[in-house]
Design a protein around this ligand. Structure first.
Ligand SMILES: Cc1cc2nc3c(=O)[nH]c(=O)nc-3n(C[C@H](O)[C@H](O)[C@H](O)COP(=O)(O)O)c2cc1C
Length: 328
């Protein structure tokens, strides 16, 4: 079984991925948040910083590109292959209005002809392997049905399906029946992605889709970085141990120090850490209150004081999965 860390733009950059791999296990590889293809035929080295091999020593990574232009895609994808990556992922899932209105991400899903042309052109010349990450459609799940005859013609490494529609953004439920239909139509290996937040979620899904052996998890891992280990050990602890809470604290400290070293100034640093806490707060009792406290911080000193008091207090989650206060 393979567990893949989903790309979460603004959170799972190389700093996060490296720190995650230092403290947690159970994840086999991570997909990096997308890079947009560019029309220019030169790319500044800084653009590829997230993917540089020296920034990705601890966890294997699959880079991802957002693009609707096959030549722009090929240009960037070959730069990425030149860094040593064998597989590049094409993003057909992004639901952001600014992206879909330009017919990129899930905005391209209603256009099977354009997707076919893109694959024709890219796969004629691409030196690497191509995988695809997509949703069921922009407006309707019928859109993906029109895509299987096209995808099935091409040699793709795998297809990751997040069974929501673009117009749902991240709300509403995943459509498991539609995912089941994908399984019957696809000749390619499918990866399931969406709303795996607990060991029980995973168990339910793996019972329902026994042929799936690759699972992609995003927000569930951001909220509970132990989730992949728990899934693998079939262990769903009702309480986090003091040791685990100490690991979460050390993980936070490592992230903060690393971001302090690379972010341009305190406001960027704080905004990055606030993004992290929007998920990490789930480890504490009353996550909304924790998020509010963190959100109000205007300076690193204030922030560190609040974080210290959260970790020192008995404020850990009193909800089913975590309760143990951390010591030290
Ligand atoms: C803030 C945010 C940023 C995301 N960035 C990306 C991205 O760069 N590329 C991508 O393919 N998906 C991106 N996603 C989608 C996730 O990778 C994943 O498909 C989605 O969250 C469903 O999985 P989950 O329920 O396990 O989180 C993003 C999701 C969120 C919430």
């Amino acid at each position: 079984m393979k567990i893949i860390f989903a790309p979460i733009m603004g959170v799972t950059d190389h700093v996060y991925r490296q720190a995650f791999a230092q403290f947690f296990s159970g994840v086999d590889l991570a997909m990096a948040p997308f890079l947009s293809s560019v029309q220019a035929r030169s790319i500044k080295p800084a653009y590829l910083k997230d993917l540089l091999p020296e920034n990705n020593q601890s966890l294997p990574v699959v880079p991802q590109i957002l693009s609707k232009d096959p030549d722009d895609f090929l240009f960037l994808a070959h730069k990425i292959v030149d860094l040593g990556y064998s597989t590049v992922n094409w993003n057909l899932g992004c639901p952001s209005p600014t992206v879909i209105n330009k017919r990129r991400g899930s905005g391209l899903l209603p256009f099977p002809g354009l997707i076919g042309q893109f694959l024709d052109r890219v796969l004629a010349d691409f030196r690497g392997k191509l995988s695809i990450k997509l949703r069921l459609g922009r407006y309707a799940a019928e859109e993906i049905e029109a895509l299987w005859p096209i995808f099935n013609q091409y040699p793709l490494a795998e297809i990751i399906v997040h069974p929501r529609l673009g117009r749902q953004l991240y709300y509403g439920s995943v459509d498991l029946d539609a995912f089941g239909c994908c399984l019957t139509h696809s000749k390619h290996r499918l990866v399931y992605n969406g709303d795996i937040r607990t060991v029980q979620d995973f168990r339910d899904l793996s019972a329902r889709f026994p042929t799936i052996d690759s699972w992609m998890i995003g927000r569930g891992l951001l909220m509970n970085p132990f989730l992949a280990t728990e899934i693998r050990s079939f262990h769903n602890p009702s309480l986090k141990s003091g040791k685990e809470m100490a690991i979460l604290r050390a993980f936070h400290a490592e992230l903060y120090e690393k971001y302090k070293g690379v972010m341009c100034g305190p406001s960027h640093l704080l905004s990055r850490m606030k993004g992290f806490w929007s998920y990490f707060a789930e480890n504490f009792c009353n996550p909304d209150k924790v998020r509010k406290k963190i959100h109000k911080c205007n300076t690193p000193d204030q922030y560190l004081t609040v974080v210290r008091s959260l970790f020192d207090s008995d404020g850990f989650d009193s909800s089913p999965s975590r309760k143990t206060p951390v010591s030290g």
